[in-house]
Design a protein around this ligand. Structure first.
Ligand SMILES: Cc1cc2nc3c(=O)[nH]c(=O)nc-3n(C[C@H](O)[C@H](O)[C@H](O)COP(=O)(O)OP(=O)(O)OC[C@H]3O[C@@H](n4cnc5c(N)ncnc54)[C@H](O)[C@@H]3O)c2cc1C
Length: 552
């Protein structure tokens, strides 16, 4: 039977698009198969904040940040904590990826028209020692145009390749099986789903109207992770984090269903590190949801006070924006699935950002005027104010007693005592007068404000939480929000997949979240943030180039 293309890519998310455009540009024919409709092209990346991990960039240098490959690798290894035999390829991928982030990544994107917002963010700040988790310096570079801004160049290249006949999209084609002939992966088969013009991000119908079979010399699996499938998340939940949360919200659309991971594993591919996942602890229920259980992650600045369900302040260094996995571990140990931020209007105004392209119309719409208001506005950005008004997890009150009463009413657990919170907030407030202090979170705030980017748009001037001049008081109930899959298919640096027998499976490649962003888990246990889109770029590019080269 004649091949339908040289290579088939399963998944039209960022990783699939990058792989497909590399294949087409190498002069080969490629088919991109996706279960969703054309309106969803780009997958999760469309919804993303577009944050990219870059090392020693011109943007960093302009802000006086001294970064280097060695410093970034030290941070990566301290965060990853590789400790398993199967970390061989993930670790090689980590080294190669940090070199990409310190080298070609920015210039490669820039040549395609991608641009970066000039203020570099500081995610996952750690708070331990130099060899432990966290970014020593700000490295989170937001794409101008957020998620859509990162998809744009690849969609453009893909459309050109489509016009010249090298690339074909097969939307509403759901892959249900890989075909293997004489030990070589050489195609896919599955169901044709009924056309559905549902809005991007909403769940589309799974009504089957036909079936299909496609043949090629190779298949690249770029089908994303498992974050939209809570059953799979619970099934893979690591014992070291205690029991899986009873209640979670979803940071990803329904199509992140993990189904293709099971299909590929059943065909013989080796899935490793499936117990490593990256879920957030600052999830809020979206008052205007797009997908089921839609939650948004707050990207917090350093000043909010963080309390567990019983009203005990989270221990140092578990401050907002320091250590996502450490916070998840702590929160799960409390026996409750939620925690609380307590803050002021002055803090929310400067420090709350919401992760998601649709929550940042200024950056997504590439409006300098609107973006400049982040530094000058009297209120918080409009989407944050909208959450404050309509969000089910937000409480706004003029005094602490009323705030705590409303917090108890919202959780229904009645665990909080006003006096207990007051004692802890007042103790912290007494530390705020001096620039040299004992309270580690307050020290952290002073540290942040020494970085011009934070002082400009991310860290409120230190003030007493209970000072009415900075009010009203705000409490936010924080939920666990599923997002990323850190484990995946074990691959070599050409993104070729290993089989369960430890041998490369000829014809099979994996990229993006399905490959644990490369190698089967290049992040190890933790991410430095902005590393997922970049992981799709790097692993998609490697997969595309290698598959094109291998295609005769
Ligand atoms: C709100 C939000 C904010 C984010 N912010 C950032 C950020 O700032 N920085 C960062 O680095 N990362 C961020 N991320 C993460 C990042 O966007 C994702 O990890 C990444 O885009 C995953 O890309 P992918 O191509 O691997 O998978 P996906 O985008 O999930 O694409 C996979 C595609 O495969 C298709 N598919 C799946 N199974 C099948 C099948 N059986 N048959 C056919 N098609 C199938 C799906 O329909 C989908 O279109 C964010 C994610 C979200 C949701």
């Amino acid at each position: 039977m004649a091949d339908d293309a040289d290579v088939i890519v399963v998944g039209g998310g960022l990783a699939g698009l990058v792989a497909a455009t590399e294949i087409a540009d190498a002069g080969k024919r490629v088919i991109v198969v996706d279960q969703e409709g054309e309106q969803s092209l780009g997958g999760q990346a469309f919804w993303s904040f577009g944050g990219l991990f870059l090392v020693d960039s011109p943007e960093q240098r302009r802000l006086g940040i001294k970064d280097s490959y060695d410093l970034a690798l030290q941070d990566w290894m301290g965060s990853a904590g590789f400790d398993r035999d199967e970390d061989l390829w993930p670790k090689r991928w980590a080294e190669a990826y940090v070199a990409f982030a310190a080298g070609e990544k920015r210039g490669w994107l820039r040549a395609m028209g991608h641009r970066i917002f000039p203020v570099v963010g500081w995610a996952e700040r750690g708070g331990y020692d130099a060899m432990s988790h966290g970014n020593s310096v700000p490295r989170f570079h937001v794409s101008w145009g957020t998620g859509p801004g990162i998809i744009e160049p690849f969609e453009r290249r893909a459309r050109q390749a489509q016009a010249n006949g090298r690339l074909t999209f097969k939307f509403r084609h759901r892959v249900d099986a890989l075909s293997i002939t004489n030990g070589i992966v050489d195609g896919v088969s599955g169901a044709i789903l009924a056309p559905d013009h549902v809005e991007r991000g909403k769940s589309s119908s799974r009504k089957v109207v036909g079936d299909f079979t496609l043949r090629a010399q190779a298949v690249i699996v770029a089908s994303g992770g498992i974050g939209g499938n809570h059953d799979l998340v619970r099934q893979n939940w690591p014992k070291r984090l205690g029991a899986a949360p009873k209640s979670m919200i979803s940071g990803v659309p329904d199509h992140v269903d993990g189904r293709m991971i099971g299909i590929t594993e059943a065909a013989g591919a080796r899935l490793i590190n499936r117990d490593r996942m990256w879920h957030y602890v600052e999830g809020i229920r979206n008052w205007s949801p797009i997908w089921p259980r839609h939650g948004i992650r707050i990207l917090p600045g350093p000043s909010s006070m963080w309390f567990d369900a019983s009203g005990k302040r989270l221990p140092s260094p578990l401050f907002p924006g320091s250590d996502t996995l450490g916070q998840l571990h702590y929160i799960m140990s409390t026996g409750y699935d939620y925690s609380w931020f307590v803050l002021t209007q002055s803090i929310i105004k400067k420090e709350f950002a919401l992760s998601g392209s649709e929550q940042n119309p200024d950056l997504t719409g590439k409006s300098w005027l609107m973006t400049a208001r982040r530094a000058t506005n009297k209120g918080a950005p409009e989407p944050v104010e909208a959450f404050k008004t309509h969000g089910a997890d937000f409480i706004v009150r003029d005094n602490l007693a009323d705030l705590v009463g409303a917090m108890n009413a919202l959780s229904g657990d009645n665990l909080l005592k006003t006096e207990h919170l007051k004692l802890q907030i007042e103790a912290r407030d007494r530390e705020i007068e001096n620039p040299y202090v004992k309270d580690a979170q307050v020290m952290n705030i002073h540290n942040a404000r020494r970085y011009i980017g934070d002082r400009l748009i991310r860290t409120a001037k230190p003030h007493r939480i209970l000072d009415p001049a900075h009010g009203p008081l705000i409490a936010v109930k924080l939920n666990i929000l599923t997002r990323k899959t850190l484990g995946g298919f074990e691959t070599d640096l050409d993104s070729r997949v290993f089989g369960s027998d430890g041998q490369i499976m000829p014809g099979l490649y994996a990229a993006g979240e399905a490959a644990g962003f490369g190698g089967g888990g290049m992040h190890g246990y933790r991410s430095l943030e902005g590393t997922f889109l970049g992981g799709c770029l790097f692993s998609g590019r490697n997969a595309g180039r290698a598959a094109a080269k291998a295609a005769g």
